[in-house]
Design a binder for this molecule. Sequence first.
Ligand SMILES: *Cc1c(COP(=O)(O)O)cnc(C)c1O
Length: 392
Amino acid sequence: MNLTHKAISLPPDQAVRNIPFSSLSTSGDEFFYIEKAILSGHIIGDGYYTKLCQSWLKEYLGVEKVLLTHSCTAALEMAFILADIQPGDEVIMPSYTFVSTANSVVLRGGIPIFVDIRPDTLNLDETKIRSAITSKTKAIAPVHYAGLGCEMSEISKIAHQYDLRVVEDAAQGICSKYDDQPVGSFGNLAAFSFHGTKNIVSGEGGALAINDPSLVDRAEIIWEKGTNRSQFFRGDVDKYTWVDVGSSYLPSDILAAFLWSQLQQADNITQRRLSIWNRYHQAFEELERNQIVQRPVVPKICQHNGHIYYLLVDNLKTRSQVLSVLKQNGVQATFHYVPLHSAPAGRRYGRQSGELVVTEDICDRIIRLPLFANMTFEEADFIISLVYNSLL
Ligand SMILES: *Cc1c(COP(=O)(O)O)cnc(C)c1O
């Protein structure tokens, strides 16, 4: 029953020859909690483990309320219903992000307005936001890429000045801080992902953080298919009925039980990821000094969570060469987003504001290296030497 690191790691002769991009890190408590959930007879949503996870996240973030969802995508959909996005309303976001940031706006009839990213952090360039604002602008959706906090002080200032809502896409941001405050606790709303590729996982999973007291009641209603079920079960109302739009956004309590065991080791997972991240970072210092690669930049104000380690190489050709050497040696490295403004649906539903020079420049040059909590230093060193070999 005890899924320790040893039990699921590969035999030593294969360990350096088959390194996945990411790998599940379990504590061993997962079966225990899942069994308890099953034995309790309560495996639908909003159960015992859902409540435990929600209070853990609420306390950690210091927000009004947290609701678990079956994905970050679901949390984003809820967020843009709550942000009251109407047909034709505009939401400012980076083009360099996952489709769900934009899709959740488009589903409301809203228009994603794509703005360029900063060359250092690859996060929304806060200096380009003002020029993207029109009379239709309703919200800003900063995406904390690689778990690195966006410039939230400036973004919050702009939002306040123009009376815009802030919806943080904190899918990659669990256990990251900006200015000593958790990422995902700055906006009116924030969406987290516990998808299998993220730091803290439940296979599929997510959470919506609500940091605006006036949105809490409606959030519960949207979460529960547009009914006032939560209020009814608390005894706040005497009938349980359809009161608003909504959908089924709750995960089963079995998934919440899995997530609970992950949250218990959130610190440990983050520390282990950071130790691999730092090993890569030190090792590639020399390549950067010789202007062969660019390493990620972490502003002093950011405390990140080691979600992604990436390198920027010279051009597409070099990238293909590095990726192919890694692949030949059993290492799964990869690139990242196709910028949304250039994707078929992005062109149909969105609009760009200004030139997206940095976005277009880095998307062909980025390489993401394998990074997971139970990765060994030997595996990291093997990857480091392959990268050196492929570039020198
Ligand atoms: C992973 C991710 C999502 C989607 O998360 P799901 O939980 O799979 O829905 C959304 N936005 C960003 C930036 C992501 O990295």
